[in-house]
Design a protein around this ligand. Structure first.
Ligand code: SAM
Length: 289
């Protein structure tokens, strides 16, 4: 209990925690306080947390959460007036310093993206996955920032996220860059959520299509992203289609997760750095003869 008291004292005195840019520290403090509140020793009728201490924790959490909500609302406002790139890029970490491992771990940047996008819950449960398809999981926000930087996404680009889920990748890329960002996704309920979010934020350069990625129109894409939407024969089929696109122009492919080694085996692609399953890897198609 002494550790909790010391933490509360410290957080109550640190008024700088209300500053918008201290999001990381607020998320960290909220995690710690909520762990105390949620621990079995401190919940229910037998709680050892006295009422006064509990009320201090609750009011601290409310103050920190309110500061987060103000930040998210301010960024949403900037996005709607077409100034979202600067507001979001200010949070982009130097990707050279992001951890070598832990490719799927989430952090305060995911809290930021969740707060800014305010995606609705999908209206229905996803259909059962067929063989080779991978269940939905969003790309961690810091990896999306990394994709934007390493692919050098710019106005002349068309980013196609193959298996786009709720659309985090296309939405953040559309906010941060002038690129046209397209999400292709089989689950209709996910596509609806992503499209509603793009509409609410006034993102004219983000669009979502309900389709099997293997049948999508790839002809305008310059950068293709795969956060392992599928493996096995489905991935082979997708790679064969991408290869046909690379016969017509140079394309870039970014991957994250277990599909990376399979993509790395393709002789028509060269990776910009050593392919690792838990890192974002950027491939370029070999120059046309
Ligand atoms: C691991 S999630 C990645 C989501 C998103 N790209 C992201 O990074 O946040 C994979 C997504 O691919 C979708 N998917 C799987 N097979 C697909 C297919 N054949 N065509 C389109 N989408 C597919 C799944 O429904 C799921 O939403």
């Amino acid at each position: 209990m002494e550790a909790l008291r010391a933490l509360i004292d410290r957080l109550e005195q640190d008024l700088s925690l209300q500053q918008p840019e201290r999001l990381r520290e607020r998320i960290d403090a909220l995690d710690r306080l909520e762990r105390y509140l949620g621990s079995p020793a401190n919940s229910g009728a037998d709680s050892v947390l006295d009422a006064r201490l509990r009320s201090r924790v609750e009011s601290l959490c409310a103050g920190l959460e309110a500061a987060n909500q103000r930040l998210y609302a301010a960024i949403r406002h900037e996005i709607r007036r077409d100034a979202g790139a600067a507001a979001m890029q200010a949070w982009a970490p130097a990707f050279e310093r992001t951890p070598e491992t832990d490719g799927d771990g989430y952090d305060y940047l995911d809290a930021l993206l969740t707060g800014v996008l305010q995606l609705e819950e999908p209206a229905s449960e996803p259909a059962e996955l067929s063989a080779d398809m991978v269940f939905y999981q969003p790309t961690p926000a810091r990896r999306i920032f990394e994709l934007i930087a390493r692919a050098g996404l710019a106005e002349h680009d068309v980013l196609i996220d193959l298996g786009s889920g709720l659309g985090h990748v296309s939405l953040l890329a559309a906010i941060c860059t002038g690129a046209r960002c397209v999400g292709i996704e089989l689950e209709a309920a996910y596509v609806d959520c992503a499209a509603r979010c793009a509409n609410a934020l006034g993102l004219a350069n983000a669009s979502f299509v309900r389709q099997d990625a293997r049948e999508a129109d790839l002809s305008t894409g310059t950068v293709f992203y795969l956060y392992t939407p599928f493996t096995g024969a489905m991935l082979d089929e997708m790679l064969a289609r991408l290869r046909r696109e690379a016969d017509t122009r140079e394309i870039r492919i970014a991957t994250l997760g277990p599909c990376t080694p399979m993509v790395a085996r393709e002789p028509w692609l060269r990776s910009v750095d050593t392919p690792k399953a838990d890192r974002l890897v950027l491939f370029r198609s070999r120059a046309l003869a």
